[in-house]
Design a protein around this ligand. Structure first.
Ligand SMILES: [Zn+2]
Length: 330
């Protein structure tokens, strides 16, 4: 554990960078200075029907043009994209994303052609980690794991101050670890019992219904279409923390967290993503009750960056793949 320090300068050209955070639900684009100030941000929803990948690239182009007029664009240091993975081995496209119904989404090529700027792409596990490492938890720890509980679940790993990337930069696809056979739910990737198939924003409503069914609970009149509906319903109870579904979700999340602890031995696990940030008491608190204690217990915290980590990380890779924590070039 280091004592708090100020963020180190980001390597690469110093102009404003264009950061793109392509999730499975929302697209965010931002202008980010070399010192990590987000000057402007635009958020848009991805359409539910995606006939082809062009729809996504067109939306990114429109949003970037709305963000930055031509003159500012031509001076930009580059475009960095953090995308819900997996990223392909050429680092130009995402392939078989479990939460977007397309086989391949080429990103770097079409956007580079459109804007005449360098475009660099990484798994959003990696951009989230980089943002956190430069501006958030990384200011006090060299050994932490960044976990996003959002539409999907992913992680970024900083080990002794180095990025852990794996072959294609997908080492943090932790949402696809096995956590359960009791409910035997199928994940978006096709696997069974994966963490993301239970505790992600996309699959929490299905897990909740499966839990109700297993316990003979009438779904009643409260429709549960989104993760937030579940937490809103639970918060109406006298003691939300004692709700049995909160415990069941805590058990599932603790399996994923226990795997992270034995795989990476972090001193801290930083949670990000709307599911964790909106409900830290109901989602993160119960993990402590169920997680394994074979190795020393890490701190479990929420990101101090209020959802900005993936954009800040995308701006870092926009300036080049070299970072203070190692190269994203793999
Ligand atoms: Zn999976």
């Amino acid at each position: 554990m280091r004592s708090p320090v100020t963020p180190a300068p980001v390597p690469g050209p110093s102009g404003t960078a264009i950061a793109v955070d392509l999730g499975a639900t929302n697209l965010r684009v931002a202008l980010v200075t070399s010192t990590g100030t987000i000057e402007q941000v635009r958020v848009s929803r991805l359409p539910k029907d995606l006939p082809d990948a062009q729809v996504i690239t067109d939306q990114i182009v429109r949003e970037i043009r709305a963000l930055a007029p031509g003159k500012e664009l031509s001076k930009a240091a580059g475009i960095g994209i953090g995308a819900a993975g997996p990223v392909d081995s050429t680092r130009t496209a995402i392939v078989h994303p479990p939460n977007i119904p397309l086989d391949k989404i080429p990103l770097a090529g079409p956007l580079s052609e459109e804007f005449g700027l360098p475009v660099r792409l990484a798994n959003d596990c990696c951009t989230g980690l980089l943002g956190e490492a430069y501006y958030g938890e990384g200011l006090r720890s060299d050994n932490f794991v960044y976990v996003t509980l959002s539409t999907g679940i992913g992680a970024g790993i900083l080990s002794k101050g180095h990025l852990v990337l794996g072959r294609d930069g997908n080492a943090g696809e932790i949402g696809h670890v096995f956590v359960d056979e009791k409910y035997d739910l199928v994940c978006g990737c096709g696997g069974r019992g994966h963490w993301e198939g239970y505790a992600s924003g996309r699959f929490l409503p299905r897990f909740y219904r499966a839990w109700q069914e297993r316990n003979g609970i009438d779904p009643g009149r409260t429709p549960v279409n989104a993760a937030e509906d579940i937490f809103a319903a639970i918060r109406k109870e006298k003691d939300p923390g004692a709700h049995p579904f909160v415990s069941e979700l805590g058990r599932i999340n603790a399996r994923g967290v226990s795997d992270i602890i034995v795989a990476y031995d972090p001193d801290t696990i930083v949670f990000d993503g709307s599911v964790a940030l909106k409900n830290p008491d109901l989602v993160l608190g119960p993990i402590l009750r169920f997680m394994d204690r074979y190795l020393p217990e890490p701190r479990i915290v929420t990101s101090p960056l209020n959802g900005r980590a993936p954009l800040l990380g995308a701006a870092i890779i926009a300036r080049g793949y070299e970072t203070r924590f190692g190269s994203v070039e793999y």
